[in-house]
Design a protein around this ligand. Structure first.
Ligand code: FAD
Length: 499
């Protein structure tokens, strides 16, 4: 083929026999993401209606050979941060258009599961499985993300200490590889592809269907928050809770820097245990640490649930006046971030740049990290939540592609900053946030923290090699096996199509 033949992308794609369709105009939505920092235009957007549409398209690009510049990115809900679901001049596959055979809950037997299309949102999966009194075991904090999008990373929230990340709760996948082949994989069948794709950053295939483990769901959730002023006590209590056999169902935490009236803000959704003491609490501008926990229960179990919570709380060393509690439905709790989304959208503060930084820090270094980052680098900043909670390596499967620190307990530290327009309408708030992120990353390197990025972002091969460490060899071999022309997910910037 001549180069000119590659340039007429619309006519070559329009000639494919598909159930869905391509569009070649008005594609700006496919070049945007939640991070709002990168906008790379594709050449075409596919709205697939079948697995065969996806396979035919990838096969077509594969058969064009290494000299064609065309690449392909699956786009879930586009909630990436740095253009990971974009494909400059390539093809975007709009996964939400492909609903497959729907959401199928298999509720009989000891191991209930749900079969779901890769482009389905977790919130829809939850609502459907709740009709059968069931729900997935492991979550993300926000549910308006696709199954394929979170399984390409890991999927972490406050249940991961018990169930592992979402990628530890998958029974089977249907994948379209970078050669356009459709393959079923599981721990028993095409296991290498199965583990490659989980946490694989979209590099080895497109997840068209996933089989996700379910468990019985309760109707209600007791939601508890308490504050600490001492970081050591806070993390010791978190670690004690995740190690205990009888414990909460969800355990997270966050860091509060430069905030006033924090307890007043909670009052709209939580009740203080002791309103008088709570009204006397002042933070004096100190950095505080909030431990957040939940216990699932059904209305007829309220008494026993309250007793269990009382027992657990009696072992913790939080500031007594800061105990706040609330009871919400299971669905309301899991979909809690959507409430904040709606409020931020109403203020025009959702579609702004989000220079987020998500780090996994080994337990042995979390104090050094906190000392430098919270007391020094971020001392004067206040531009978004900072989550901090422990996870345990034994719940993660080393055969998957995701990379975590080499210690049994490690912390997720999610610095979720946003950069609203500055009063001068320039980029100074974004630049400032990126500078702070750079300072944190530099510190981690200089202090040899042993940190791994979650939702990793590197621009050089050297960066990726260091990220994957001993897993780099396997990762590159898997790329050769399943996507030898480096067609898939170019927005991750790990491999580049040789043209
Ligand atoms: P996209 O951004 O569309 O895609 C992400 C990557 O996966 C891209 O490389 C894309 O090509 C690839 N991809 C997408 N679909 C498929 C598929 N079907 N098959 C193969 N590859 C595919 N993460 C957590 O773990 N825990 C959290 O609590 C959490 N909270 C979040 C809250 C918010 C508000 C946001 C914006 C993100 C949060 N995340 C969290 C991060 C989130 O899990 C990732 O950004 C995820 O990739 C987003 O899913 P998506 O469907 O938008 O994926």
């Amino acid at each position: 083929m001549h180069t000119s033949e590659y340039s007429d992308v619309p006519s070559s794609l329009s000639a494919l026999s598909l159930e869905g369709q391509f569009s070649f105009h008005n594609m700006s939505h496919a070049s945007k993401d939640f991070g709002n920092q990168f906008q790379l235009q594709p050449s075409a957007v596919l709205q697939p209606k079948s697995v065969s549409d996806i396979s035919t398209t990838i096969k077509h690009v594969y058969q064009m050979g290494p000299r064609s510049p065309l690449t392909v990115a699956a786009r879930g809900h586009g909630h990436s941060l740095q253009g990971q679901a974009q494909a400059p001049d390539g093809i975007i596959i709009q996964m939400e258009s492909f609903k497959g055979p729907g959401i199928h809950v298999h509720y009989t037997g000891n191991l209930p599961y749900v079969d779901v299309a890769g482009g389905e949102l977790w919130i829809n999966l939850l609502k459907e499985s709740l009709k059968y009194g069931l729900a997935p075991k492991s979550w993300t904090d926000y549910l308006h993300l696709t199954v394929g999008g979170t399984l390409s990373n890991a999927g972490i929230s406050g249940q991961a200490f018990r169930h592992g990340p979402q990628i530890s709760n998958v029974y089977q996948l249907e994948i379209v590889t970078g050669k356009g082949e459709v393959m079923i994989c599981s721990p028993a069948e095409n296991a290498d592809l199965f583990y490659a794709v989980l946490g694989g950053l979209g590099q080895f295939g497109i997840i068209t269907r996933a089989r996700i483990a379910l468990q019985p769901a309760t109707k209600m959730v007791k939601w508890v928050r308490v504050l600490y002023s001492n970081f050591t006590t806070f993390t010791q209590d978190q670690e004690m809770l995740i190690a205990a056999e009888k414990t909460f169902d969800y355990i997270e935490g966050f860091v509060i820097i430069n905030r006033t009236g924090i307890l007043n803000n909670w009052r709209s959704s939580f009740s203080p245990q002791d309103p008088v003491q709570a009204s006397h609490f002042t933070s004096d501008g100190k950095t505080l640490f909030c431990l957040e926990m939940t216990k699932n229960f059904n209305p007829d179990e309220t008494e026993i649930m309250n007793k269990e919570i009382y027992m657990l709380l009696s072992k913790l060393r939080y500031i007594p006046s800061t105990l706040f509690q609330s009871e919400v439905t299971y669905l309301e709790f899991l979909d809690r971030v959507h409430v904040s989304e709606l409020k931020l959208r109403a203020k025009g503060l959702w579609e702004i740049p989000h220079p987020w930084l998500n780090l996994l820090i080994p337990r042995s270094k979390i104090h050094d990290f906190a000392e430098r980052v919270f007391s020094d680098i971020l001392r004067d900043s206040n531009n978004g939540p900072i989550l901090l909670y422990p996870l345990n390596k034994s719940k993660w499967d080393n055969r998957t592609s995701v990379v975590i620190p080499d210690e049994e307990v490690f912390y997720l530290v999610a610095l979720l900053s946003s950069a609203p327009p500055s009063p001068n309408h320039d980029d100074t708030t974004l630049e400032h946030a990126l500078k702070l992120n750079g300072d944190i990353l530099d510190f981690c390197e200089q202090a040899d923290i042993g940190m791994k990025q979650y939702l990793p972002y590197y621009t050089t091969e050297e960066g990726w090699r260091a990220h994957f460490g001993s897993k780099w060899k396997v990762f590159t071999q898997r790329k050769l096996d399943y996507d030898p022309l480096a067609i898939l997910a170019p927005g991750q910037r790990i491999f580049h199509k040789a043209t």
